[in-house]
Design a protein around this ligand. Structure first.
Ligand SMILES: [Mn+2]
Length: 224
């Protein structure tokens, strides 16, 4: 009898409502029911069908969705009763949820800020270098891009991408900062390849550490 292949973990970068590309990507990786699916946050806003993306993710077993700054902003505005202050894209997203919003909100409130996966730490934006995970702020985990760093003994303080100063373990798998191609370095793997602005949607397949991409069918939003 043939033995079934071991379950994998499929980690997907910023989806931003791009349901067609999400389906294309999951076909390209040949997603199986036993695979664990992890999304890196910013599943919603800017793209064509945030609600469809959420409905898919929330009904699939073995799925872990991390919070991104988009979901966090929406939940925060809701909690503080200031939904009118949301940027236009998020306001449109909220309108598209219609009467489903309370249910979707309850689900998103349970989403974690990070997820640990054998040697890999998944998080939306990244880590502040030199700080333990338990000392990171939620704001950094959701927003960090650049930090002040020094170049050797040079006294000039430079602004650098956080991942250039991060030395693992763990290997950090992150989204949030769109790049023309995935960032692959010793201690960081960046998967936001700007699908919603016409780039690609990218997945990392573990344990084989394979990157798979599908192209956006079109640009749904201008560059941020
Ligand atoms: Mn983001």
């Amino acid at each position: 009898m043939p033995t079934s292949p071991p379950a994998r973990t499929i980690i997907v970068g910023d989806i931003h409502g791009c349901i067609d590309e999400l389906r294309d990507l999951l076909s390209a990786v040949a997603l199986r029911p036993e695979d664990h699916l992890v999304t890196l946050g910013d599943t919603i806003s800017k793209g064509p069908d945030s609600r469809g993306v959420l409905e898919f993710l929330l009904t699939r077993p073995r799925t872990t969705c991390l919070l991104g700054n988009m979901e966090w902003r929406l939940l925060q505005a809701d909690r503080e009763d200031c939904l009118h202050t949301l940027p236009e894209a998020l306001r449109e997203t909220l309108e598209s949820f219609g009467r489903e919003w309370p249910r979707l909100r309850e689900a998103m409130r349970r989403w974690p800020l990070w997820h640990s996966e054998v040697e890999h730490l998944c998080v939306h934006a990244g880590l502040r270098p030199g700080r333990r995970l338990e000392d990171q702020t939620a704001y950094d985990l959701l927003h960090i891009r650049r930090v002040k760093g020094r170049q050797g003994s040079c006294p000039v303080t430079l602004s650098k991408p956080w991942w250039e100063l991060h030395t693992g373990p763990p290997v950090v798998v992150f989204g949030h900062t769109p790049m023309p191609s995935p960032l692959v370095s010793r201690w960081a793997l960046g998967l936001d390849t700007g699908c919603v602005t016409g780039g690609h949607l990218t997945a990392l397949v573990l344990p084989e550490r394979r990157l798979i991409q599908v192209p956006a069918r079109r640009a749904y939003a201008g560059p941020a």
